[in-house]
Write a protein that binds this ligand. Sequence first.
Ligand code: FES
Length: 581
Amino acid sequence: MAQDKIRRNPEELRSHRWYGAQDLRAFGHRSRTAQMGYQRTEYAGKPVIAIINTWSDINPCHSHFKQRVEEVKRGVWQAGGFPVEMPAISLSEPFQKPTTMLYRNLLAMETEELLRSYPADGAVLMGGCDKTTPALIMGAISMNLPAIFVPAGPMLRGNWNGVTLGSGTDSWKYWADLRAGKITEADWQGVEDGIARSAGHCMTMGTASTMTSAAEALGLTLPGAASIPASDSRHAQMAALSGRRIVDMIWEDLKPSDLLTAASFDNAVTTVLALAGSTNAIVHLIAMARRAGIALGVDRFDELARRVPVLANIRPSGAFLMEDFYYAGGLRALLAHLGDLIVRGTRTVNGRTLGENIAGAVVYNHDVIRSRDNPLVASDALAVLRGNLAPGGAVIKPPAAEPRLHRHTGRAVVFADYNDMAARIDDPALDIDAECVIVLQNAGPQGAPGMPEWGQLPIPKKLLEQGVRDMVRISDARMSGTSYGACVLHVTPESSVGGPLALVRDGDPIELDVPARKLNVLVSDAELARRKSEWQAPAPKFERGYGLMYLRHVSQADTGCDFDFLETPAGPVGTADPEIH
Ligand code: FES
């Protein structure tokens, strides 16, 4: 490292308070470091790099992190830092119930408190499986130490008898085919064995690919990092380079508050839209922005959606997968193709602007990464709906819905909660047809609780057998980014707190008009007021522990589902640091 890059001296390092003093406490810290086999020359005066590692035996998306953390450490050592691995809770999307979203804020808190309570000068954040990305970044924003994000990288394409399979997306597709009798149990077994065949996160444009790409657009990763498949050797190289870079970031005192601006969040939103990314990004980016003191709201997504084209031809909205996207040039190429829709002057972790990082990026496959004059979809990758059913907004992903349903009025078929839906949806006696609107209540942040990804409500088996593949479906839940369909999500306020969704009854006409951004239940105000007066709040789902804290403090979807006591902007480093006793 060139000496002229150092702007701080070692005594200014936060870790110096633990290691540098000549007192009994520092003696204890040094003697216990010696206990782990380190000599003082290996760490004295060096930045301490906390590597927040979300590896777990229960998280297949991060199964390579045991190896990747060694590569991060190698980079830290090479650059003159002292790496300290700090495991944190892994939010494993396939396994954690009722939903990883219930625990996003817990990982955010853990990240912040690990950094606060230990001698960290900066952080490498290792995540990628869905909520791990926003959680790690939210915690790092609040602590506001130099931080760099190492995205887990997508897994390789799935394969079954030569057919390419995409995470989630093809699970739903072949599950519907199995239920409709179009494939056999043996076929279904083949899909199960072939759909996830390497380390890495979901390789469709689900929440993982969406949020790691958003992190790169925010300037929190090295250029190009988010697109590299997990099992590609260049992913290991990126991990080592991230370890090298964080050491210089500490000497340069380059913190999240130096990088994150309203413009960088606009870049992240624009990126999500151009990727036809997951609707979950709305909740997460709003929460991340609010941690940084930036007033990002749902309407900004709608404003930008009206002018940002979808350029990434990736499932579920398109045809390809993240591996194809990487070979086609990856996120740098897509951002370069967006031209003046991207603010180029925003700063990034490598010390350069986003514009400098994407300059000269080339598209190698123009079907995978389209140009602005040949987009996959011209605009409206997401739409924010309002009306008497969603005064605080609701969200739909129009490209994932059959176009005939963009304007639709149908009678409601209402399920009071998930269990009610699971019990009755396939009942042959259920009074439902393809024009009906399926409504699920009590699936929001408080209701489920945790706002699970239940929003792709199942189509009744008897309608599947008739060939129906899409219907208008409405809930206060979220939806997996790998899902598709005319699913209206994030209805706010949610039904469990008495939002209008709670007042819908079987047979009520519901009007969806995506071009006009409207969502209404066609029932008189007087009747809705009468129903509201009879409405009773459901019993709380938790009476103790983290769940109770969650219920007391979680906000609604339009403000990011963060805890009210965590929504504070990044402050100067050290304002909340502990005294060392
Ligand atoms: Fe981990 Fe999809 S299950 S990203």
